[in-house]
Ligand binder design. Structure first.
Ligand SMILES: C[S@@+](CC[C@H](N)C(=O)[O-])C[C@H]1O[C@@H](n2cnc3c(N)ncnc32)[C@H](O)[C@@H]1O
Length: 230
């Protein structure tokens, strides 16, 4: 199963390598129609192996169409940073519910260590993460998730982008909307959230992205591989 399958880069590769049951979820049904026509053109015999679900994960209308304790693998690349904090917490909980015992999730998502963010945001992240994790271990953490203030979860992306380094015109060009939320995962925060959902974390590591306006210090992306216990 894939969240944010878009035009089907991962899906086509999996179908070519003998995947027999692939569920592709995407917010935008136009992306899924392009995916379906590519499968039809390149591997018509695989159309019956493909289930398409249009809608926003983890909203109920999508989640209710997915199967509990079922999927061998969940993939989501370049998507989770679009979620709000509440959606991210719900997404991780749903991944655990939907994977079969022993099933694995593979995630690539944005980290807060990117060039276009304000230096004070990037430089302050380490101390914020440390303080957050300290609070979670002590009994000073809020009991209710809606009261959590997780470092790297920003309500308005426009508040944290350094407009001196990266102008509004440049934002428009690559489609960044200042009023949107953005959720950027520090490695220790990701590990904490995964372990809270009882995932066994195989990999949680930074990966470099060497393109403008992201390239900073080699920690631009976060790659996660985690398993639901048997
Ligand atoms: C940046 S593209 C990444 C596409 C693909 N995963 C890749 O790495 O090439 C993000 C895709 O996720 C979809 N998307 C964004 N938010 C989503 C959500 N909450 N649920 C499902 N799909 C979402 C978008 O429509 C888009 O097709």
């Amino acid at each position: 199963m894939e969240i944010g399958a878009a035009y089907g880069v991962a899906c086509m590769a999996a179908l070519k390598r003998d995947a027999t049951d692939y569920t592709a979820v995407d917010l935008d049904k136009r992306h899924l129609s392009i995916l379906a026509s590519e499968v039809k053109k390149q591997m018509p015999e695989k159309l019956s192996s493909l289930t398409l679900i249009a809608g926003a994960f983890p909203h109920a209308d999508v989640v209710n169409r997915l199967r509990e304790n079922y999927y061998d693998v969940i993939i989501t690349e370049n998507v989770l940073h679009f979620l709000t904090q509440a959606e991210m917490l719900e997404a991780l909980s749903q991944f655990r519910r939907l994977l079969r015992p022993g099933g694995k999730m593979f995630v690539t998502t944005g980290s807060p260590y990117v060039y276009l963010l304000k230096s004070e945001v990037v430089n302050g992240m380490g101390a914020e993460v440390e303080e957050f994790l300290r609070q979670q271990k002590s009994n000073t953490a809020p009991a209710d998730d809606s009261m959590l203030r997780i470092p790297g979860f920003f309500e308005y992306v426009g508040d944290v982008i350094d407009t001196e380094k990266f102008s509004r015109t440049e934002m428009d060009k690559i489609g960044i909307v200042p009023s949107c939320n953005i959720t950027l995962l520090d490695r220790e925060i990701a590990k904490y959230l995964l372990e809270r959902e009882q995932f066994a974390v195989d990999t949680c590591a930074y990966m470099p992205m060497s393109s403008y306006p992201w390239q900073l210090d080699g920690r631009e992306w976060l790659v996660i591989q985690a398993q639901k216990p048997e």
